[in-house]
Design a protein around this ligand. Structure first.
Ligand code: TXA
Ligand code: MG
Length: 319
């Protein structure tokens, strides 16, 4: 069992010793280690069971730090940083040699982010190195949005979980890279496309659906809960599962033809932000429900609904 607490100094001490600490961010909990210490970074991969071809995001407290490990900041990237950091956005930029190849899986680019969670901000400011941190879940599973989620799955393997309460965004950061000066969204996330486009105009979205190790960042299957999840139109899908105990993960309205105690609604008021906050915790809830499978409804493809649908699609066995 890991200790769960709010002791920032303890977390900092462990990290300085090269140990791993789970940290809260506004998006999801991260499994953090000193990004400049190869042994600590190696431990991150081992603890998560994550293949080393899937690179890590480097977290720091502010733009001053980013300059230490990024070789070049295009002006568009600077505009995005000024507007959305600290916050749920990650930028992929050319790396300096100080960033170990292990962190970037040998790529010339490094993914960087300034998280806004106050505990983690304070922790980062007390360290003289940045933190490499993937989501604090075993590889392929749903990201944790509470300290308890981390404890449930990785508690045996880490010493300390810094408890910052349930996360307030609920989806991982939006990842943006630049190709020939043009911004490209590689992963939909907690900062929605329309908000980005309001600032910098139309942005291409290239979600990699590949399981090809040469295309890191966007492995196709990801975020899977314990029970098989089917994504689409529940009314149509239901006929395929006669005799099975069905759980329903819906947006606003329950299904009349299923028992109410096997249904969870992401936001009865239709608030996409609330739906994002609830998504991963609800996917985990079904692990405890007496159901064989989960039917998940498609949400409106607007705002955060796009990122939520992306996660459901990746979690699904039928897509
Ligand atoms: O919100 C988040 O981004 C959370 C919190 C903890 O910050 N972190 C997170 O990390 O979701 P992770 O490792 O679960 O997902 C990071 C994604 C991976 O899909 C990885 O392949 C991609 O970012 N990535 C990392 N470095 C990259 C790079 N240099 N180029 C392209 N993709 C990269
Ligand atoms: Mg992850």
């Amino acid at each position: 069992m890991a200790e769960i607490g709010t002791d920032i100094e303890k977390a900092a001490r462990l990290l300085r010793q090269g140990k791993l600490v789970a940290i809260p961010t506004e998006t999801v909990y991260g499994l953090a280690g000193n990004a400049f210490n190869e042994e600590a970074v190696l431990k991150i991969f081992e603890t998560k069971n994550r293949p080393q071809f899937d690179p890590l995001i480097v977290h720091s407290s502010g733009i001053e730090w980013i300059k230490e490990h990024v070789a070049e900041i295009p002006s568009l990237a600077r505009t995005l940083m000024d507007e959305f950091w600290p916050g749920p956005m990650t930028l992929v930029l050319p790396k300096k040699p100080i960033v170990p190849d292990l962190v970037t899986s040998g790529l010339d680019n490094v993914a960087v982010r300034v998280p806004s969670h106050p505990l983690t901000q304070e922790l980062l400011r007390s360290l003289n190195f940045p933190l490499a941190a993937p989501s604090a879940n075993p590889f392929g599973y749903v990201s944790p949005t509470t300290a308890q989620h981390v404890e449930d799955q990785l508690g045996e393997k880490i010493d300390y979980i810094l408890d910052g309460g349930p996360t307030t965004v609920g989806l991982e950061s939006t990842i943006i890279g630049f190709e020939e000066g043009k911004p490209i969204i590689y992963r939909l996330g907690g900062l929605s496309v329309d908000v980005i486009e309001d600032l910098i105009g139309p942005v291409e979205v290239t979600l990699n659906q590949s399981s090809d190790p040469k295309a890191p960042g966007m492995l196709k299957s990801h975020y899977a809960p314990g029970k098989p999840l089917y994504f689409g139109n529940p009314g149509e899908m239901i006929h395929e599962f006669e005799g099975k105990r069905i759980g329903f993960l819906g947006f606003m309205t329950r299904l009349e033809f299923l028992p109410p105690d096997r249904q969870l609604l992401l936001s009865p008021h239709g608030d996409l932000h609330e739906a994002a906050v609830n998504l991963f915790a609800f996917m985990r809830e079904f692990d405890k429900f007496p159901v064989d499978l989960i039917l998940a409804e498609r949400l409106p493809e607007i705002g955060l609904g796009r990122a939520i649908n992306d996660r459901l699609r990746r979690a699904a066995v039928n897509s």
